[in-house]
Design a protein around this ligand. Structure first.
Ligand code: 13P
Ligand code: ZN
Length: 271
């Protein structure tokens, strides 16, 4: 059996959490990641019959029975993952009942998965229903995205439109736009259900005055979506108090989307 600490997926989690911490997006225990793993690959590192302990999830994820995820721990700091993956990460499998997580590795100090597991697993279910290749859900608190929540209308069309205007490539990177949820209590099944509903339509969902969710087929894709929104939000925060002299026009964005051949939310442009 190979050493789990050498597994590429553990390495990827270490790199991603370290990047997110250093970008200032994930203070203290802010943010969480879930990444669906390939069973055969995990079996090279772990005995899949050895369940360390079981942890109730508090919701039914029957669509994910048997699926294995590497997930950041609740209360754990992204800055510490690279130095101590075994305490800060865990590998769980959704048990036959759909409501229990079987711990296969990690959470070594007796911890458990992120408090946002409902939003993560429910979002996986939604994304998989529209994109069978989806494997990653990331939640984060990026600074400028959060700042923008306080000074910009929280309307999906208007919020997306402003982000698209901030960098030429935005409409190409997230042509499906950004979903927006109002402020809600985090860590609950309710916010999980609301996020998952948005995830049927969007790969990015803003949690007002809290943070953002991004989903993708790998860590790079989910990270890159959030990174692009955050860059656009930064440009907005740097310029919104100044007179706007130049702007990317809606017609330009249409030309861009067509040139890159992306399916975009035409109803989010004012043509
Ligand atoms: P966890 O520490 O439970 O992952 O929570 C962090 C967070 O960002 C809550 O929204
Ligand atoms: Zn959060």
């Amino acid at each position: 059996m190979k050493n789990i600490l050498d597994a590429p997926f553990v390495e990827e989690m270490k790199k991603t959490t370290a990047n997110m911490y250093r970008l200032g997006w994930d203070e203290r225990n802010g943010g969480n990641i879930s990444y669906m793993l390939d069973e055969k690959e995990v079996a090279e590192y772990l005995d899949l019959n050895n369940v360390i302990r079981t942890i109730p999830t508090g919701f039914d994820a029957k669509e994910l029975i048997g699926k294995i995820f590497i997930v950041t721990g609740t209360g754990k700091y992204f800055k510490n993952v690279e130095y101590d993956p075994e305490n800060n990460l865990g590998i769980i499998r959704i048990a036959e009942d759909g409501t229990t997580a079987e711990l296969l590795w990690g959470y070594a100090d007796g911890g458990k998965f992120t408090s946002e597991l409902p939003a993560h697993l429910m979002s996986h279910i939604s994304r998989l229903s529209v994109d069978p290749e989806n494997r990653v859900v990331i939640h984060s608190h990026p600074t400028n995205t959060l700042a923008m929540n306080y000074v910009h209308e929280l309307d999906e069309k208007k919020f997306t439109h402003t982000l698209w205007e901030m960098c030429t490539e935005c409409i190409v990177v997230f042509p499906d736009g950004v979903g927006v949820l109002p402020w809600m209590l985090c860590g609950t099944n309710e916010i999980g259900e609301a996020t998952a509903e948005k995830m049927k339509e969007f790969r990015l969902v803003i949690w007002a005055m809290h943070g953002i969710y991004g989903a993708g087929k790998n860590l790079d894709e989910a990270f890159g979506l959030i990174e692009t929104v955050e860059k656009a939000a930064q440009i907005y925060m740097l310029t919104s108090h100044l007179p706007r002299i130049n702007t990317i026009k809606d017609k330009d964005m249409q030309i861009l989307a067509e040139a890159f051949g992306v399916e975009y939310r035409k109803d989010f442009l004012n043509l």
